[in-house]
Design a protein around this ligand. Structure first.
Ligand SMILES: Cc1cc2nc3c(=O)[nH]c(=O)nc-3n(C[C@H](O)[C@H](O)[C@H](O)COP(=O)(O)OP(=O)(O)OC[C@H]3O[C@@H](n4cnc5c(N)ncnc54)[C@H](O)[C@@H]3O)c2cc1C
Length: 344
């Protein structure tokens, strides 16, 4: 009987384990506090033929009412620092460390590299999955390696940054290795040498002292608190849509109609558009339908007022996608990841 297995929780409530506060239960739940716990969880699931869902802080997922199989959280939280050459500092961080707390700790040590990534919710283990990014910086800029347990053979291995295939909100963990691995640890290289990145949006104007990582950290936190709803108060999953990448020709066509449209040429020749601006221009900011709405300060964020279901949220988001497509001919893609109702 599954219930008799030590450490295995059955019928575990996940409603408070996702920042959208969608009602959800895990058929089985496994909290792994060290790497061998992760391996044991993977072996257990493989032995019983249970699908595995890895959950971090639940800030970028769309949970179904029932998550079948085994839901696993890698709660390894240790952080260590080692001095390298020429001001480099190598940081090893467990997958269960809170990302924002890590950023704060690094900034307090006057380390540069991730200060622009302050206040992104979630755990460190999820950071490479979508290559978290904000204010012109991505984890790709500082990531050295990722350690993981491969679910196919239960073995641990280390992937180099190159092997992680990091791109805009993308990585090998969303493609070839999707649902195949449990990330347990990350290696980052930060620096004691100042390297301010202030060229994104209004950040530069808000920083009191560009030579201080602490000042940048505080400015990022202040801007984010003004713009984004706190998921603890108003459940949400941050940006609900990715910023779409379109061809130069399509961007030029749109710009001839709307010259003020924000647009960011990319190294590959394509142009990134601002999904929030497109939604805003369609007059959808502040729209509320039932339990869900478009946030009134940031059109990229969908919020949950309570009592809603995943099906209602998906239907609401499809209306937004359809309206933007009908108005601009641009297809918006969802950012949070759908968790399948894995078959037990
Ligand atoms: C208010 C708000 C603001 C946000 N702002 C940003 C932002 O500025 N930039 C940005 O990039 N993102 C942002 N996000 C999205 C989110 O915070 C990040 O994607 C974060 O990295 C998700 O971490 P998590 O631990 O909550 O992951 P979860 O939501 O729990 O999981 C996300 C995905 O990663 C997988 N996963 C999680 N942990 C592991 C692991 N150890 N091993 C293997 N797979 C794993 C899960 O299966 C799932 O597919 C924001 C979200 C919110 C709510």
């Amino acid at each position: 009987m599954a219930e008799a297995i030590p450490g295995l929780q059955v019928d575990h409530d996940l409603s408070h384990a996702n920042t959208l506060a969608l009602p959800s239960r895990a058929e089985r739940f496994w909290l792994a506090r060290c790497e061998s716990d992760v391996v044991r969880g993977v072996e257990l699931a493989n032995r019983h033929d249970w699908g595995i869902t890895v959950l971090g802080g639940g800030s970028n997922v769309l949970l179904p009412p029932l998550v079948g199989g085994l839901t696993l959280r890698a709660d390894l939280a240790e952080v260590s620092f080692a001095a390298g050459e020429e001001g480099a500092v190598h940081v090893e961080v467990g997958a269960g460390a809170d990302w924002h707390a890590l950023v704060r700790r690094c900034v307090e040590r006057e380390l540069w590299g991730i200060e622009n990534l302050a206040l992104i919710p979630g755990l460190a283990g999820a950071a490479p999955i979508q290559n978290i990014g904000a204010y012109g910086v991505e984890i790709a800029d500082v990531l050295d390696w990722v350690e993981l347990v491969d679910r196919r053979d239960g073995r641990s291995r280390r992937l180099s940054r190159e092997a992680c295939g990091l791109g805009y909100r993308d990585s090998v963990f969303k493609r070839e290795l999707a649902n195949q691995v449990v990330i347990t640890r990350l290696g980052l290289t930060l620096s004691t040498r100042p390297s301010p990145r202030l060229d994104y949006g209004a950040l530069g104007e808000r920083v009191s002292d560009p030579s201080s990582a602490q000042a940048i950290f505080e400015a990022v936190c202040a801007i984010r608190r003004e713009k984004l709803p706190d998921p603890v108060v108003t459940p949400n999953a941050g940006s609900f849509f990715k910023n779409p990448l379109v061809s130069r020709a399509r961007a030029d066509g749109l710009l001839s109609e709307a010259p003020t449209m924000p647009h960011y040429p990319q190294p590959d020749g394509r142009v990134k558009l601002a999904a929030g601006w497109l939604i805003d221009q369609c007059g959808l900011r502040g729209l509320r339908k039932g339990a869900f709405g478009v946030h009134d300060r940031q059109a990229l964020v969908l919020v949950h007022f309570g009592g809603g279901t995943l099906a209602e949220l998906l239907s609401f988001s499809e209306e937004i996608v359809d309206t933007v497509h009908a108005t601009f001919g641009v297809v918006l893609e969802r950012e949070p990841r759908s968790i399948q109702t894995a078959v037990a």
